[in-house]
Ligand binder design. Sequence first.
Ligand SMILES: [Zn+2]
Length: 288
Amino acid sequence: MQISRKVHALKIPFCVTTPSGVVIERFVYSYLLYGSEICLIDTGVASSEQVIFDYIRRTGRKVGDIALIIQTHAHPDHIGATRTIKAETGCRIAVHAAEKAWIEDVDLQARERPVPGFASLVSGQVAVDRTLEDGDIVDLGCGLKLEVLHTPGHSRGSVSLLLLGYNELFSGDVVPVTGEIPVYEDVSELVSSIKRLRAIPGIHQLLSSWDDPSKEAEAYQRMDEGLAYLQRIHEAVIRVSGDDPSPEPLALCSRALEELGIPAAVANPLIAKSFASHLPLRDRKKIL
Ligand SMILES: [Zn+2]
C-alpha cells in the first residue's frame, strides 16, 4: 500500500504459539522507501521476502533495486527475512550497535531472549554492514534523507527514523498499543523515548511496526495513548506487587495481566521482564 509519495507499507501477518499452547495472532509492518534505489525498514518474519518481492514487482520496480535494509531493532519479527533478502539482492544492512550481535548471531538472541517459535520466525543470521548512532543521517539519494533517533526502552538499540522534509516518522516498536501485550526492557527509557518522538513538531504520519499508520493529530494521540497505557501498567504492577520487595516474576506477570484485562495464559518471561522494569519505580505514583 502506497501511503505517501515515497513510502509504501506492507502489513505482514504471523502467529506465535506460547508454551501453554495459546496461539497469538500478530502482524508487523515493513516499510519501503522508493528512491532511485529502495530502502526497506524492517523485513517482517521468515519468508516475508515473497510478499515484499511480489509487491516491488507489482509496483513496477525490480527486487534488485533494494540497496539497503535498516532495522529498527533486532527482534525476530523485524529481521526474519533479512538474510534471504540480502542473499538475493546483495543489499547492505544497517542497525544500531546495541542490536548488532543479535542479528549476526541469532542463536545468541534465541538463548538470551527465547521468544516462542523463534526458529520459525527468523531465516538465519546475517552480517551487518553499518552501525547506526543517534543523529546519523542516512542519505538514500533522490533527496531522501533519514535521521536516526536512538529511542531505547523496547530494546537497548531501538531506533526511530525521521524522513526529513516529509516528516514521516518510523517508530518500530517504540510506541505501545493500548490493550496489546506490553513488551519492553526498560520502562523509564521507553517513556523518555516516546516523549522525545512526541516533541517532534509537524509529524505527517506515525509509521509504527505494530500499529496501523496514523496521520497528524492522530499520530500525536497514539503517542499520548501509549504513554497513558504505560502509566496504567505501572499502577497495575505496583498494586499487585503489594509490599513484596521481590515478587516472583511470572506470578507477578499473570496477576498484572489479569489486572489489565489481558488473559493471564499469555504470561511469559518477556512480559514479566516488562513488568519487572516498573519495580525500581515503585515509590512513584506517576512515571510520565
Ligand atoms: Zn520488538
